[in-house]
Design a protein around this ligand. Structure first.
Ligand SMILES: C[S@@+](CC[C@H](N)C(=O)[O-])C[C@H]1O[C@@H](n2cnc3c(N)ncnc32)[C@H](O)[C@@H]1O
Length: 225
């Protein structure tokens, strides 16, 4: 007490921290339940981006595929939006360094499992613990929504796109994370896809851009070359 009277700054700082924590907790409590659930999981998307994925998943006609799940935040956003529709989370959880410097690995698998259990998202999330391009040969389902957030190098994101495009439903939505940075793959690929005229941008929130196929057949192999 004598210390605080002599130097009131540390006490004032602690009070500010406590008030700030309480304020943030109050804001979280006022959020819709799905956003509260999503924010409890670790991840690399913002609240507004998560809400976009939630809305897009709710409208998807066909199953949902996520490339790059990390610790589950975007997976939960998709799963809560999708209701009973399956969400296939394609994520190897192996040592990987992203083009923006992020480090990923097997510890993320543990966090992912915990997030699935805590959120209840395990009910419709099916983890495929493999690299994206190894999964598509033999794939049998029409994909209504594809969320690409894996390897952001141009070669990586194009490889994922090429692997999944034959499986897209006619009006499928394709969303990309980190789409605004002109120096990395998603931005370049999106430009190319839009220039091809087969995909049109429908929404952009934060660093996420969503596009919709314009085609009417399910065979998407002969375009976007
Ligand atoms: C940016 S993180 C994903 C973040 C997550 N979507 C979120 O919002 O919280 C990128 C992830 O992509 C994964 N990844 C890298 N290459 C991949 C590939 N070929 N197939 C599937 N996932 C891949 C990495 O292991 C890493 O966990």
């Amino acid at each position: 007490m004598a210390d605080e009277m002599e130097n009131p700054l540390p006490a004032a700082r602690s009070l500010i921290v406590i008030v700030d924590r309480a304020r943030r907790r109050l804001i979280r409590l006022q959020l819709p339940q799905h956003l509260r659930m999503i924010e409890r999981a670790e991840g690399m998307i913002s609240r507004a981006e998560a809400d976009l994925l939630f809305r897009l998943a709710a409208d998807a006609e066909g199953c949902i595929v996520e490339v790059g799940s990390y610790r589950g935040r975007s997976t939960i956003a998709l799963a809560l939006g999708a209701g009973a529709t399956p969400v296939f989370a394609i994520e190897p959880h192996e040592a990987f360094t992203g083009i923006l410097g992020g480090m990923f690995g097997p510890e993320d698998r543990g966090a992912f499992y915990k997030a699935m259990l805590r959120s209840g998202a395990y009910r419709n999330v099916r983890l495929i613990n493999l690299s994206s391009e190894t999964v598509t040969p033999g794939w049998q389902r029409h994909v209504g929504m594809l969320w690409i957030d894996g390897d952001h190098s141009y070669e990586g994101v194009r490889r994922d796109w090429e692997a999944w495009k034959p499986h897209l439903a006619s009006q499928a939505v394709v969303a990309f994370d980190d789409s605004l940075d002109e120096t990395i793959g998603p931005h370049r690929l999106i430009r190319e896809l839009m220039a091809s005229g087969d995909l049109t941008a429908i929404e952009q929130v934060g660093k996420v851009t969503a596009l919709r196929r314009k085609g009417s057949s399910n065979n998407f192999d002969d375009d976007l070359a």
